[in-house]
Every structure is written in structure tokens, then in C-alpha cells.
Design a protein around this ligand. Structure first.
Ligand code: NAP
Length: 331
């Protein structure tokens, strides 16, 4: 098998370090590996496959001969450098929100719409973490029952805010004052993720609305979302109220979800079997449970999904995209 030159931008961050771990696990065919971060980290060494790699600062020619560039350094870095990387010939997979709604960029969950990248530019966007773990079960159900409407309520872990979020939870747990979140995250849930917009929704909530429509190819889908930060280190929960055009039964829905790639159904609540963050942490499954008929809506289902936001919600989704594209290139 041919091997490829990879760059990781934001390699010292929470997602960046997880990229390296997941790239090892998925045994990507890597020839050269180049790691980039801010000037603060220049010269730092990070381990990969038993070797140490030095972190570099980005330069105009950093992407020369790079085949795949995985970005996780925030939207402002991606805005400038993803274009430079793709113009240099790299296929970019970007974790930030910068390119997700750009018409020229595919927004990909590999279990759903990998082929979208074929008709778009060489910058592929990785969706928002809560969106990924929601659209996978919704896609499975949409195929059978035709999705009409969905309302999300999220319970998002602090690692979704990167190192700063995890540090603030630890700081507050040790009795110190909060510095990053507006309240002591060790003692409360906070219904504020990203900035608030004029329509009363937060930017995170509107990401879920717009990205769900784009990934599912349902531009007119009725979607609404409320995003809440909770005192959990890793793995987000998303409660979904979904309404369908066709008659839906819990038994059939459960079977369809069981048969779909990447989903594990945990749904025996009387025996305390349902998705929890501690089960999802450290792996790439989307756990789905609490599946029941919505008593308030005809053809409505309630379901709850949990997934590791740093892995399936970010690094693993991007690595899975790269792995599937490489497999297609090798065919
Ligand atoms: N955390 C999640 O669950 C999650 C999920 C989905 C998407 N994302 C997205 O992934 C991205 C990274 O998130 P994270 O949680 O890993 O954040 P993080 O832990 O704060 O890491 C940020 C990374 O970006 C690097 N960086 C900052 N400024 C830079 C610059 N000017 N040039 C090059 N590198 C720079 C940092 O390098 P230094 O260490 O040198 O500062 C660090 O490696 C964000 O866009 C985020 O929205 C995160």
C-alpha cells in the first residue's frame, strides 16, 4: 500500500493530541508526519508510533508535499492556513467551524455522506461534535421513516471547550474561582455555549440546526436546538425529539439503529442500561438509548445519544474520513 505525507495543525491541543492517538490506532499509511502549533509550542516534542516529532510553527511552505492536512487549531487559523494547505495540494480535513457552511466545502460524517467531497473543493469540514452524534442515528431513522422535524437538547462535556474547559472544571473542583466559564462549572449546568445571536439562539445551537440540514441533505428540515454545558469531563449527551412522515414504532427503530454503522444501542432502562459518558469515553461508537414513543407527537420518537466529543465528535471522525478516502484511492 502507498504511504502518504500528513500534517497535523494544532497538534498540541486536546483534539490534536487525540488525532495522533487515533492515527496510530487506525494505522494510517503514513510516510512523513509534520506537527504544527502556535509559536508557544515551537520545539516541543510529541510521541507518535514510538518516535518523537518536533512541533513546528506554520510557514508559507509548510504544506509542500503534504497529502493530508488535519486541522484543529480554531477557526481563525483555518481561515488562513487551510486555503494555503489546499492550494499547496494537500487534502484538508478541518475541525473548526470555519468552512462547514461554505457551499464549496463538503461537511462529512463518513457513515452518511462521504461521497459529497467528490464534487467539492479540497477543504473538507468536520462537523460540530454534538451534530455528528445526532445525525448518525437520525440518518438511520430517516431512511426508513422520513424525518420531518427534530429538536435537540444537549448535555455537553467541558472538553468541548478544549484545554481551557477541562482546566476550569479542575480549578473549580479544587475550590478555586472559575476563570473560563461564567459560573462555577463544578456546581452547575450552564445553558450557554459559544456566543448568543440576535435570534436568541447561541452560535453552537445554530451550528446544530444548519449542519444537520447540510449533512442529511434535507435543506428544509425543521430543526431547533438548546445547548447546555454540564460538569462532565468527556462525552456529550444529546436528547432528540424526532418527528417522522411515516408511522414509526419503537421496536423497528431499535432494530434499524442496531444495524447502522458505528451505533451501539443500550436500551434496557429498568436494568440501568442506557448511554452514559463513562461508557462512551475513549471509543468511537455513538451510543443510543432511552428510545420511546413521544407521547406529545404523532409519529414521534424520543432518543438519547452519547459519544466521545474529542474522538467521534472530532479527531476520529476526521481520521475515519482520511482512512476511507485512502481506501478509495487505493482501489
Ligand atoms: N474539543 C472538542 O471536543 C472539539 C470537538 C470538535 C471540534 N473542535 C474544534 O477543534 C479545534 C481545536 O479544539 P481543541 O479542543 O483541541 O482546542 P485546544 O485544546 O485549545 O487546542 C488548540 C490548538 O490550536 C493551536 N493553535 C492556537 N493558535 C494557533 C496558531 N496561531 N497557529 C497554529 N496553531 C495554533 C494550539 O497550539 P498551542 O498549544 O501552541 O497554543 C493547540 O495546539 C477548535 O476549532 C474546536 O472548535 C473541538
Amino acid at each position: 500500500m502507498k504511504s502518504y505525507n500528513f500534517a497535523v495543525v494544532g497538534a498540541t491541543g486536546l483534539v490534536g493530541r487525540t488525532f495522533l492517538k487515533v492515527m496510530e490506532e487506525y494505522q494510517l499509511p503514513i510516510n512523513e508526519l509534520h506537527l504544527f502549533a502556535s509559536s508557544n509550542s515551537k520545539g516541543m516534542k510529541l510521541p507518535f508510533n514510538g518516535k518523537e516529532y518536533e512541533v513546528e510553527e506554520l510557514k508559507e511552505d509548510s504544506f509542500k508535499n503534504i497529502d493530508f492536512a488535519l486541522f484543529s487549531a480554531g477557526a481563525s487559523v483555518s481561515k488562513v492556513w487551510a486555503k494555503i494547505a489546499s492550494d499547496s495540494g494537500a487534502l484538508v480535513i478541518d475541525n473548526s467551524s470555519q468552512w462547514r457552511m461554505d457551499e464549496d466545502c463538503a461537511l462529512i460524517v463518513p457513515e452518511i455522506n462521504l461521497d459529497d467531497y467528490k464534487s467539492k473543493s479540497r477543504i473538507i469540514a468536520n462537523p460540530n461534535c454534538s451534530t455528528i452524534q445526532s445525525v448518525i442515528p437520525l440518518k438511520a431513522l430517516d431512511r426508513e421513516f422520513s424525518l420531518k422535524k427534530v429538536t435537540f437538547t444537549t448535555y455537553q462535556a467541558v472538553s468541548g471547550s478544549g484545554k481551557k474547559g477541562l482546566d476550569d472544571l479542575k480549578r473549580c473542583e479544587s475550590g478555586q474561582k472559575n476563570e473560563f466559564y461564567p459560573y462555577d462549572i463544578s456546581k452547575t449546568c450552564i445553558p450557554e455555549i459559544d456566543v448568543f445571536l440576535d435570534n436568541g439562539y447561541s452560535k453552537e445551537e445554530m451550528k446544530m440546526v444548519n449542519e444537520t440540514r447540510k449533512i442529511l441533505h434535507l435543506p428544509d428540515l425543521k430543526v431547533s436546538a438548546t445547548c447546555i454545558r454540564v460538569p462532565v469531563p468527556v462525552a456529550h449527551g444529546v436528547m432528540m425529539q424526532a418527528e417522522f412522515n411515516k408511522k414509526v414504532t419503537v421496536e423497528k427503530a431499535r432494530q434499524i439503529l442496531k444495524d447502522f454503522e458505528s451505533i451501539k444501542v443500550l436500551d434496557d432502562p429498568k436494568n440501568h442500561i442506557y448511554p452514559v459518558s463513562t461508557i462512551a469515553r475513549g471509543n468511537d461508537f455513538v451510543y443510543v438509548g432511552r428510545i420511546r414513543q413521544d407521547l406529545a407527537v404523532d409519529n414521534g420518537l424520543l432518543l438519547y445519544s452519547v459519544a466521545d466529543n474529542v474522538r467521534k465528535g472530532a479527531a476520529s471522525n476526521a481520521v475515519q474520513i482520511a482512512k476511507k478516502i485512502i481506501a478509495e484511492m487505493e482501489r
